[in-house]
Design a protein around this ligand. Structure first.
Ligand code: ADP
Ligand code: MG
Length: 665
């Protein structure tokens, strides 16, 4: 094997391999199947082009993007490589010429569209030359999966085709494959114990932020204030055409002197092109667009990307936000996040089956559509989790894509908040030893199951459950079985979710089909378990509350943790009636928050709810006397809260019609 770096420099004119390129290439050259997941622009092509030059013989590259093939082939030829293509854009003579070349023992890269394998002329030639095929590369491999966003039926035969070609070494490449899609690609292509490489999703210069704002006017104000501070050019993404129009109007009106360009699929072709070009040429222009905007648009100095609406998946968010800072300089990616956006996305999900009629998926059966919807909902939950995350957003994105790169020097709002000391009012909170111990015990339970079981099994293991599952897998013989015997299973499940949220563990769905995620430690979790690092302070209140089954009051943790203290006091001193009232008030607040599309604490804090629960005011005037309840709050929420105090609150729902939803065109 020649020195790969030499080939990289001499043939491709590039200096260094990018992360993982070399490993992928070495595996491919060693005859191993590889699934390569890297974002757009990361340099996937090199991962098959370089091996193709090293292996003498035929390298077939399957790509659905006929329009890009000619460019790719030309580029390779410019670099002095041998490359041909076969697709419907070629005239008949050209096609015949390429087929003749193939028969004559073509040695180089052949780009084909997947449907080419259905043409008998091509099939015949392939049958004769299959012995010479050294590499089979499937670009945009997510097209093979029903669960991908771009399923193409012509891709679904590629597994069989590969077999007919004699199972050549295969590399599948894609930018957007979640675990389930990855599993699907491996299975459908029949890859043999493939190396799966996921990398390049880290964009250190992007500063991810998410802000919970209520919809409507508040969001508009937040957007205007934000953009006043951003001198450079950028994009405001909206979920609907209607929002594009209203936001364009808002910004044109409020940000005088800035050019605002609207863009959505409902505009005429000319108007869209004019918008796009105007924005590209401007230095500080604002594009206001739906997700129709962006394909093939490259403005490296995009300094910010704001999402006026939350997208439906983190893939979509990542891709859209990722249009910022392509020049490597800092760029801000802010998501304005309101609960209303959830309904918008749910509405889109509900429509999934309808809009697919007539497209490539054709009369997909109802079961498939149900499954797609189910997955879309699960993805939406993760998107919401990102929005409300208390852990590093960059880390969350990397975890989502399965990229194990280490996050260093992060500038996301969560990481910066700690840096700036914005949360550290007063002395830095000290984690009680009990919490540190408890976290380590939880992590050791996770570690012992080696990523083969889910949260429930870990909780059963730690609480020492004596059941069929424990016996069948002999988990009752592990030393950690019963380590947290004093706690209820449910409680341990809840604690494990906190540990996940804190980034010490992550969930994966290895089967990709069942939605039964397993839990495993992250690098941070391993460090904490081994005692090399402290758990994050966000876990300070993990210690069980007093009065519960699990343990007595822990004076030390109470001292250091006001939230635990307040809850303990409340639980200890109050009667069951008060506690019940509190629970009713809490669910009333949750419903109000949902309807108003604001976070619950904006209605009132727990401490206020507790005061209301214990004094049980009977009138609006009495309610207003309570600390934390101003006249505005009493006016807005008083009636419902009083009802919740004195009844079971079940009448509330009928009184509160949700705000009318947007137009979703
Ligand atoms: P992808 O298919 O992953 O979207 P491409 O393969 O089209 O990305 O590569 C994107 C760009 O990155 C190309 O211009 C390519 O020349 C460049 N590139 C790829 N690998 C390297 C490298 N090791 N060093 C510098 N540039 C690279
Ligand atoms: Mg590519």
């Amino acid at each position: 094997m020649t020195d790969l770096r030499e080939t990289l420099q001499n043939v491709f004119g590039l200096n260094e391999f990018r992360p993982a390129q070399r490993e992928v290439i070495e595996d491919v050259l060693g005859g191993k199947d590889v699934l390569c997941v890297m974002p757009t622009g990361a340099g996937k092509s090199l991962c098959y082009q370089l091996p193709a030059t090293e292996l003498s013989g035929l390298a077939i590259v399957v790509s659905p993007l006929i329009s890009l093939m000619a460019d790719q082939v030309q580029q390779l030829r410019d670099e002095g490589l041998t490359a041909e293509m076969l697709n419907s854009a070629l005239d008949a003579d050209e096609q015949r010429r390429v087929l003749r070349e193939l028969e004559a023992g073509f040695n180089g890269l052949l780009y084909v569209a997947p449907e080419r394998f259905f043409a008998s002329s091509f099939q015949n030639v392939m049958a004769r030359v299959s012995g010479q095929i050294k590499l089979f590369a499937v670009d945009e491999a997510h097209c093979i999966s029903q669960w991908g966003h771009d399923f193409r039926p012509e891709y679904s035969q590629l597994g069989q085709i590969r077999q007919r070609l004699g199972n050549p070494t295969t590399i599948a490449l894609t930018a957007t494959a979640t675990e389930d899609v990855r599993a699907d690609i491996v299975r459908r292509l029949g890859l043999r114990e493939p190396t799966i490489v996921v990398t390049g999703f880290d964009r250190p210069n992007l500063r991810y932020e998410s802000r919970a704002v209520s919809g409507g006017k508040k969001k508009d104000e937040a957007l205007v204030e934000l953009l006043k501070k951003e001198a450079g050019g950028g994009i405001v993404y909206c979920a609907t055409r209607k929002n594009v129009e209203s936001v364009t109007e808002l910004l044109s009106d409020r940000l005088r002197g800035r050019k605002v360009f609207a863009y959505h699929a409902g505009m005429t072709h000319d108007a869209r092109t004019a918008s796009q070009e105007g924005w590209m040429e401007s230095t500080n222009g604002i594009a206001v667009a739906t997700n129709a905007f962006g394909m093939g648009i490259n403005k490296p100095d995009t300094r910010w990307v704001v999402h006026y609406n939350m997208p439906g998946t983190l893939e979509a968010y990542y891709q859209e936000a990722g249009r910022g800072g392509r020049d490597g300089l800092p760029a801000r990616c802010v998501m304005l996040f309101s609960y209303q956006d959830r309904y918008t996305q749910e509405f889109f999900i509900d429509k999934i089956g309808e809009e697919r009629n007539g497209d490539a998926r054709g009369a997909a059966d109802a079961k498939v559509i149900e499954e797609i919807k189910k997955r879309a909902r699960a993805k939406l939950e993760l998107m919401l989790k990102y929005g409300g995350s208390r852990i590093c957003r960059r880390q969350m994105i990397l975890d989502y894509f399965g990229d194990e790169s280490e996050v260093v020097d992060c500038h996301c709002d969560i990481c910066r908040r700690d840096e700036d000391g914005m949360v550290a009012t007063g002395p830095a909170p000290v984690l009680p030893d009990e919490v540190v111990m408890l976290v380590r015990q939880l992590l050791s339970g996770v570690a012992r199951l080696h990523g083969k079981f889910g949260v429930g099994a870990v909780a059963e293991l730690l609480t020492g459950a004596d059941n069929e599952r424990m016996r069948r897998w002999e988990l009752d013989r592990l030393s950690v079985h019963g380590l947290l015997r004093a706690h209820a299973v449910k409680r341990v499940v809840a604690m494990l979710h906190r540990v996940l949220e804190a980034g010490l563990a992550r969930q994966r769905d290895p089967e990709g089909t069942k939605f039964m995620p397993v839990i495993e430690l992250t690098a941070a979790g391993v460090a904490v378990m081994k005692g090399e690092a402290m758990p994050p302070v966000s876990l300070a209140d993990l210690v069980p509350r007093a009065g519960s089954r699990e343990s007595g009051t822990n004076p030390r943790s109470m001292r250091t943790n006001p939230r635990a203290r307040a809850e303990a006091e409340f639980v200890e001193n109050d009667s069951p009636e008060v506690r019940e009232r509190f629970e009713r008030l809490r669910s009333c607040r949750a419903r109000l928050a949902k309807v108003k599309a604001i976070p619950p604490y904006c209605i009132c804090h727990d401490s206020t709810l507790k005061l209301i629960a214990s004094s049980a005011p009977g009138t609006m005037a009495a309610l207003e006397q309570i600390k934390g309840m101003g006249p505005y709050k009493v006016k807005t929420y008083g009636k419902m809260l009083l009802e919740a105090i004195h009844s079971d609150g079940s009448r509330l729902e009928s009184q509160l019609a949700p705000d009318p939803v947007d137009d979703y065109s």
